[in-house]
Design a protein around this ligand. Structure first.
Ligand SMILES: [Zn+2]
Ligand SMILES: [Zn+2]
Length: 339
């Protein structure tokens, strides 16, 4: 099975926190947090259309400029989601530069900030010199009693968020594929059909919710031979595809270990395939971690265990442990595996 999301840390475990998620079958990517991100390079930064910010402490937001720079001059809408105050933060960043020569640029920046029960939005258009344009607020309802709410619903996936206590709200996110589409290559082969880009189109039709009687023409390439074929979506589904459980990725940074945060994190991370969780401190320094509103490696491991995740990735290590990254990882994994 080829997973639809391929995710990884942007930097080393001691570097600025952030996760990059490539979405297969579509040329886009999601970005969690905006710390230093030069390591991604312009192509990958450009592909990021939706960016989710935990909070705007410097190590989570200093990379905004890098994204802006590559996106400038592109016909693109950059969507940013995050904490109360994000619109002001973006406006402040934009005001740091002179914009007299961008009026022909088609870039728009769309900012959505989560306030208590309300989504506040604003746009900044390059063509208008990035002047602030506010949208009327809309209600933001929690999905259930757990305080987790949906922030982006796409035919292929949903992104949910929950506010954690970091002395300021710090948002944790989950990314869940609605379902996964597997292609049976053996059966395709038996039917004399080649694999190739046409299958991406088939997947797109399914993600977009096209009905089973949807008819379309696909271009197939078989050893340099090009052929146009007509298909009915439902028939392809029945013969060559299986639909299974989708992937789930969870991103948690900068939060204190307390009952409320723990309950929210465990509920958000439930059954995740990959759980990215900060673990800046060793348990021996738990008091320091609490004072600084951060987690220890053991706390990250215990929550991963409670949430029954498949994989735990710890990061955002404090520089005080430089050279002891292994100890942080070991402590987290021991707690995760129940050692
Ligand atoms: Zn912070
Ligand atoms: Zn941080």
């Amino acid at each position: 099975m080829t997973p639809s999301f391929s995710s990884y840390l942007i930097n080393d475990v001691f570097g600025d926190p952030g996760v990059y998620v490539e979405v297969r079958w579509s040329k886009r990517a999601l970005l969690f947090d905006l710390g230093h991100n030069d390591a991604l390079g312009p192509t990958r930064l450009l592909r990021a259309t939706d960016i989710f910010i935990s909070h705007t402490h410097m190590d989570h937001f200093i990379g905004f400029d890098a994204v802006l720079r590559v996106a400038l001059g592109r016909g693109k809408i950059l969507r940013l989601y995050g904490p109360p105050g994000l619109i002001d933060n973006v406006q402040g960043k934009l005001r740091g530069y002179t914009w007299n020569l961008v009026d022909g640029y088609p870039l728009s920046i769309d900012v959505r900030e989560f306030r208590r029960g309300e989504l506040h939005g604003a746009s900044f258009h390059a063509s208008a010199g990035f002047q602030l344009c506010r949208h009327p607020p809309s209600p933001l309802a929690a999905d259930d009693t757990s305080d987790i709410f949906s922030v982006l619903t796409d035919p292929m996936f949903t992104v949910r968020a929950v506010a954690l206590n970091h002395r300021v709200p710090s948002f944790a996110y989950s990314l869940e594929e609605q379902f996964h589409i597997n292609v049976n290559k053996q059966k395709l082969h038996e039917a004399g059909l080649p694999v190739g880009a046409w299958l991406k189109d088939v997947k797109q039709h399914i993600w977009r919710g096209r009905p089973d009687d949807f008819r379309f023409t696909a271009t197939l390439y078989d050893e340099h031979r090009r052929e146009e074929r007509d298909f009915v979506l439902g028939e392809l589904k029945a013969r060559f595809l299986t639909i299974s459980r989708g992937q789930k990725i969870v991103y948690v940074v900068d939060a204190r270990y307390d009952d409320e945060n723990e309950a929210k994190i465990v509920s958000l991370a439930k059954g995740a395939d990959v759980f990215y969780c900060e673990s800046p401190y060793l348990e021996a320094d738990a008091e320091k971690a609490r004072d600084r509103y951060h987690l220890t490696a053991r706390q990250a491991g215990l929550m991963a265990r409670k949430a029954g995740v498949r994989d735990l990735v710890v990061f955002h290590f404090s520089p005080r442990y430089t050279g002891q990254g292994d100890a942080l990882e070991r402590e987290a994994l021991d707690a995760f595996r129940g050692g």
